[in-house]
Design a binder for this molecule. Structure first.
Ligand SMILES: Cc1ncc(COP(=O)(O)O)c(C=O)c1O
Length: 365
C-alpha cells in the first residue's frame, strides 16, 4: 500500500504523443485547451496555467501588488512554497494561528496580526478542506487587502456551493506529481477578472504581452517590456497529460470522498484519535486525510508494522531560519503540529486496503 499515488490516465500516453508529433512542445493551443477545461469542468475562474504551484502563488502576489515592505498573513501549517513565494516578492510572511479543528487560518488570529503594512492574506486550504472564505474575504474587503488562496491541496473542493477557484481575487493550484490532478509539474493561477488573467499571461512569459507585441519584418516582434516577468508558462505536453487526467478527475475525487467518508464514520469514536471538522456547507477535495493522534510516533510505528503507511506531510514552516524562526504564541498550531498525521487516501487504494487501514488503527497503538 502506498501513501501517495500518481494517477496517469490510460489515455495520457496517446495525448502526450500527439503533442510531440506536432513538435509544438512549448506553450500553445493545448495549454489553452487545458485552461478552458479547468473552467468548463471545475468552474475555475480565468485560470492561467503555469509550470508549478509555487509560480502560481508568486504571480498571484505580484498581480496583487505585493512587494518589498509589505506583510502577507498566512498559516504556518503549509508547505514552505507558500512562505517562499512571499519572500520572493520582497514582502514578509507573518504567521497567524490556525483553528485546531481544521488546520486552516483562525480569523481572530488573522485580525490580531494585521498591521499598517499588511497587504494580503494567503489562506491555505489544509488537506483540501476549504477555509472560512466568506469571513476572510469580508475582512480583506474591510481592510482593503488582497486574498491569494493557496489551493495546492484543494482542486475540486467546494465552499457554499461554489468551487474553490471562484471565491476570491486569486487562487493558486498545483499539478505536481503527487497531487490529485497532475501534469508532472504544473500549476494555475485563477483570477477574479479576465483582464488580470491577461496580465498573468504576460507575466508568465517574461512580461511580454503577446496581444500588444506587433509583428515586424525583422522576425522579432516589437514590444516594450515595462515590468519584470518570468519564465513560468506551462508546456503543451504537460497540458496534454493534464487534459487526459482531467477526464478521470471526477472518478478520482469521488473515490477520495468515498474513502474519506468511510474513515470518518469508522474512526469517529477511537480513543486517542480526533477527526478534523467536516461542515455541511463545504466539501473537501481530500488530498490528504489528516487526523490528530496521541503518541504520534507509536501510532506511525504500529501502523507500519501492520503494512499501513501513515505519514506527516508538512510540519509547521515558520520554524525554518529563512522565515525568522518559530513564531511565539501560535497555541493551536503547536498542538496541531505535535499530533497531526495523514492516513493514505487516493484512488489507488482497494476496498481491502481501506479496511486494513481501519482495522490497523482499531487494533491500537
Ligand atoms: C500547500 C502547498 N502550497 C504550495 C505548494 C507548491 O506547489 P508546487 O510543488 O506545484 O510548486 C505545495 C506542494 O507542492 C503545497 O503543498
Amino acid at each position: 500500500m502506498n501513501f501517495f499515488h500518481t494517477h496517469i490516465s490510460k489515455d495520457a500516453a496517446r495525448r502526450v504523443a500527439d503533442v510531440l508529433e506536432t513538435t509544438f512542445v512549448s506553450e500553445g493551443a493545448t495549454v489553452k485547451e487545458f485552461e478552458d477545461e479547468l473552467s468548463a469542468h471545475l468552474g475555475i475562474r480565468n485560470p492561467v496555467a503555469v509550470n508549478s504551484g509555487t509560480s502560481a502563488l508568486h504571480l498571484g502576489l505580484q498581480l496583487a501588488g505585493v512587494g518589498a515592505g509589505d506583510e502577507v498573513i498566512l498559516p504556518a501549517q503549509t508547505f514552505v512554497a507558500s512562505g517562499l513565494s512571499i519572500l520572493t516578492t520582497g514582502a514578509a510572511p507573518v504567521f497567524a494561528d490556525i483553528d485546531y479543528e481544521t488546520g486552516n487560518l483562525d480569523l481572530a488570529s488573522v485580525r490580531a496580526k494585521l498591521s499598517d503594512k499588511t497587504k494580503a492574506i494567503m489562506p491555505v486550504h489544509w488537506a483540501g478542506y476549504p477555509c472560512d472564505m466568506d469571513e476572510l474575504n469580508a475582512l480583506a474587503e474591510e481592510r482593503n487587502l488582497a486574498v491569494i488562496e493557496d489551493a495546492a491541496h484543494a482542486l475540486g473542493a467546494t465552499y457554499k456551493g461554489k468551487p474553490v477557484g471562484a471565491l476570491s481575487d486569486f487562487t493558486a493550484f498545483s499539478f505536481q506529481a503527487i497531487k490529485h490532478l497532475t501534469t508532472g509539474d504544473g500549476g494555475a493561477i485563477a483570477c477574479r477578472d479576465a483582464e488580470t488573467a491577461e496580465r498573468a499571461k504576460a507575466l508568465r512569459w517574461f512580461g511580454i504581452d503577446r496581444r500588444r507585441a506587433e509583428p515586424s519584418i525583422l522576425g522579432e516582434r516589437k514590444y516594450d517590456l515595462n515590468e519584470v516577468g518570468y519564465k513560468y508558462h506551462m508546456n503543451n505536453y504537460a497540458a496534454a497529460l493534464g487534459l487526459a487526467n482531467l477526464d478521470d478527475f471526477p472518478a478520482i475525487l469521488a473515490r477520495r470522498r468515498e474513502i474519506g467518508l468511510r474513515y470518518r464514520e469508522t474512526l469517529a469514536n477511537v480513543d486517542g484519535l480526533r477527526l478534523l471538522e467536516a461542515k455541511e456547507d463545504r466539501e473537501s477535495a481530500y488530498w490528504q486525510f489528516t487526523v490528530l493522534v496521541e503518541r504520534r510516533e507509536d501510532f506511525i510505528r504500529a501502523l507500519k508494522e501492520r503494512g499501513v503507511p501513515a505519514s506527516v506531510v508538512h510540519l509547521r514552516i515558520d520554524e525554518n531560519s529563512v522565515f525568522g524562526g518559530k513564531t511565539p504564541g501560535l497555541e493551536n498550531q503547536e498542538r496541531f503540529n505535535e499530533r497531526q498525521v495523514g492516513l493514505p487516501i487516493h484512488n489507488g487504494l482497494s476496498d481491502e486496503d481501506v479496511e486494513t487501514v481501519l482495522s490497523s488503527i482499531k487494533a491500537g497503538w
